[in-house]
Design a protein around this ligand. Structure first.
Ligand SMILES: NC(=O)c1ccc[n+]([C@@H]2O[C@H](COP(=O)([O-])OP(=O)(O)OC[C@H]3O[C@@H](n4cnc5c(N)ncnc54)[C@H](OP(=O)(O)O)[C@@H]3O)[C@@H](O)[C@H]2O)c1
Length: 288
């Protein structure tokens, strides 16, 4: 039997519907939210991602200050751009689009971001808050995956979740998030990676498998138990072509699965705006 599809767009629509009155309230107190973006270089996929975020900000009536640095920008240029965003009163929250060119030390640059304006939730202070279950911006793709599972009423609490990949943007924060004590999380989470060569042993026993490796086609039907819930987070781009971690044939084994295109992408953007609204509310004095 074909798997039930779990597209991200309806989840994102629901998140934006929840944000609408909060944005209205901000505008009502004279605070126009501002989402800043810093792009370094000319990577096509990164340009598209930044463009999508700016377009959505404009659709919502926000300001969207943007700094585009050249491919040969130096670390000092990136730090200066970050400081401009930190100091810009129009900016509630901003991001430095990843990946950056090889001469840029992204982690060092991240340390310069004002943690209160960190819309990606990737500053070490915010990742520390996540580890301690303290309030703060949560990395957007993991937060979007939790929201997607909740939206499709997939039980997560008490279930066996296997995350394939321990990267800083996806696998690691997702494991922290889904193991937190909360009705939409509270799972038994296993994280597998290249240090676990027999990782299919773990994906095969899981109720929910989340691919977060960035290795096209790494997840195959023989790695899954029939009826499993599969979420595809990892992708790689070849030019404009998107190559997901989850092989198409997994749809024949899974009970529910995200589509190859339009799965976690829309939920990631929605969570970015949720983090930005929270930052704007703090700066407008509407929350602590
Ligand atoms: N859709 C979205 O909106 C969105 C947003 C963010 C990220 N992503 C995607 O999510 C993926 C992960 O991002 P990331 O930054 O967390 O990546 P990352 O830092 O590159 O981490 C990849 C992880 O996958 C593991 N891995 C790679 N090859 C493997 C193999 N053959 N067997 C087992 N494990 C393997 C790596 O293991 P080791 O640690 O042992 O090397 C690593 O833990 C990327 O494809 C990225 O494009 C998507």
């Amino acid at each position: 039997m074909a798997a039930v599809m779990m597209p991200g767009a309806p989840v994102a629509d629901a998140v934006f519907a929840d944000l609408e009155p909060r944005i209205e309230k901000l505008l009502g107190v004279g605070h126009t939210p501002g989402l800043g973006t810093v792009l370094v270089g000319d990577d096509g996929a990164s340009e598209r991602y930044v463009g999508m975020k700016m377009k959505k900000a404009e659709e919502l009536g926000w300001t969207s200050p943007h700094i585009h640095l050249p491919e040969d920008a130096t670390q000092a240029d990136v730090v200066a751009a970050i400081r401009r965003m930190n100091d810009d009163p129009r900016v509630d929250a901003f991001l430095v689009q990843h990946p950056t060119p090889p001469q840029i030390d992204y982690d060092a640059a991240l340390m310069e971001v004002d943690p209160d304006k960190d819309v990606d939730g990737m500053h070490p202070l915010n990742l520390g808050r996540l580890a301690l279950s303290m309030p703060g911006p949560v990395p957007c793709t993991p937060a979007g995956i939790e929201a997607l599972l909740a939206f499709y009423e997939i039980p997560v609490a008490g279930r066996d979740v296997c995350v394939l990949g321990r990267g800083a943007t996806l696998g690691r924060p997702l494991a922290l998030l889904l193991s937190q004590k909360r009705p939409t999380a509270n799972a038994a989470v296993t994280v597998v990676h290249t240090g676990v060569p027999d990782w299919p042993k773990y994906t095969k026993r899981a109720d929910i498998v989340i691919a977060a490796a960035g290795v096209p086609g790494i997840l195959q039907p023989e790695h899954l138990t029939p009826g499993v819930v599969v979420v595809g987070g990892g992708v790689r781009y070849e030019g404009r072509k998107l190559l997901p971690d989850v092989d198409e044939s997994c749809e024949e084994v899974a009970g529910a699965i995200t589509p190859r295109v339009g799965g976690v992408g829309p939920t990631t953007i929605a969570m970015l705006f949720r983090n930005a609204v929270e930052a704007a509310e703090r700066r407008a004095g509407l929350t602590a």
